[in-house]
Design a protein. Structure first.
Length: 317
């Protein structure tokens, strides 16, 4: 009698499987496992060369990359075949290196990202949730907390957005297939993102199958619209040092800042083009409506008018 098992908690979004050849834009990052630097793995996950699986036939050996793929299973060096049967329940996790988010990084909070990978999956066929093959997209903030998309909050326990799921109730493959998830929005506050693969047999029964091969993992990005995030400017005072940083979001960093052609900063203040920081010691009082212009590497442009109040020098009337 089989019994179900509830494992690592995750939250799913819609997904779809893509077979055959498709055209994608250039990925933000791509791993082909020829030099798997920074990947973490436990359980039966390993990196295997195609020649090691010579007994599995060309449909398995035809790795999408040059020669190496990630594999959940054990290779029999004598027969050149693989399986995940050990006499016990088996599970494991394969985690990509962390990809930076924010700053001058290619991925920004608010962006839409999607995961693409090629895989060959051969597990038990049974009408039940066994031999689970799952992929997640995880986000981490500066405090080391994980984004929970259901509660829309950061938490200490490791969670992720589930972007791929198949188990023993799904048909196995007879050839390598390409998969691309739907878009996932990068949460505000995220500073790192990574892809995580999990295999869980759930039990020890009927585990004499090849397992799961993964290759050519990619992270793609659709930029959020370029915008000026700053809502207000703090007040200034004549004769006193002033500093205020403007914030941009979306688009494709690095950013460049400017003051609109019909606007000007109060005398004594300057705008740093690269950093978006207003600094200086103002020499005139007044209320100034200033149009700021933000451009990005893709030549996108955003404008916003903000009001800067400069008070007279202390003690003046």
């Amino acid at each position: 009698m089989r019994r179900g098992y509830t494992g690592w908690v995750a939250f799913s979004v819609a997904l779809f499987l893509v077979a055959g050849s498709l055209v994608w834009g250039a990925p933000v990052v791509r791993w082909d496992f020829e030099a798997p630097v920074g990947w973490e793995r436990w359980g039966l996950w390993r990196f295997v060369e195609a020649r090691e699986l010579g007994g599995e036939g060309p449909e398995v050996q035809n790795f999408p990359s040059a020669s190496t793929a990630a594999y959940f299973g054990v290779v029999d060096s004598r027969s050149g075949t693989g399986r995940y049967e050990t006499g016990a329940r088996v599970e494991g996790v394969l985690s990509s290196p962390w990809v930076p988010v924010g700053g001058a990084s290619a991925v920004q909070a608010g962006d839409l990202v999607r995961v693409r990978f090629s895989h060959y999956r051969q597990v038990e066929s049974y009408n039940g949730p066994y031999d689970k093959t799952i992929a997640y997209l995880c986000f981490l903030n500066m405090a080391g907390r994980y984004w929970n998309p259901t509660t829309q909050a950061w938490q200490a326990a490791e969670v992720g957005v589930q972007v791929f799921y198949k188990d023993s109730s799904h048909l196995c493959q007879t050839a390598w297939q390409a998969f691309e998830s739907e878009n996932v929005q990068v949460p505000q506050g995220a500073v790192w993102a990574r892809v995580l693969f999990r295999f869980d047999s759930v039990d020890h029964v009927e585990n004499h199958y090849l397992g799961w091969l993964v290759d050519n993992v990619e992270l793609h990005r659709t930029a959020a619209p370029l915008a000026i995030a700053t809502e207000n400017l703090k007040d200034a005072r004549v004769g006193q040092w002033y500093s205020h940083s403007l914030e941009g979001k979306g688009g494709t960093p690095p950013y460049a800042w400017a003051v609109g052609a019909s606007s000007r900063l109060p005398a004594g203040l300057v705008l740093n083009r690269e950093q978006g920081e207003i600094t200086g010691t103002p020499t005139e009082a007044g209320t100034f409506a200033i149009e700021f212009v933000l451009t990005d590497e893709a030549r996108g442009e955003a404008k916003k008018t903000l009001t800067l109040v400069v008070w007279p020098a202390a003690g003046s009337f």
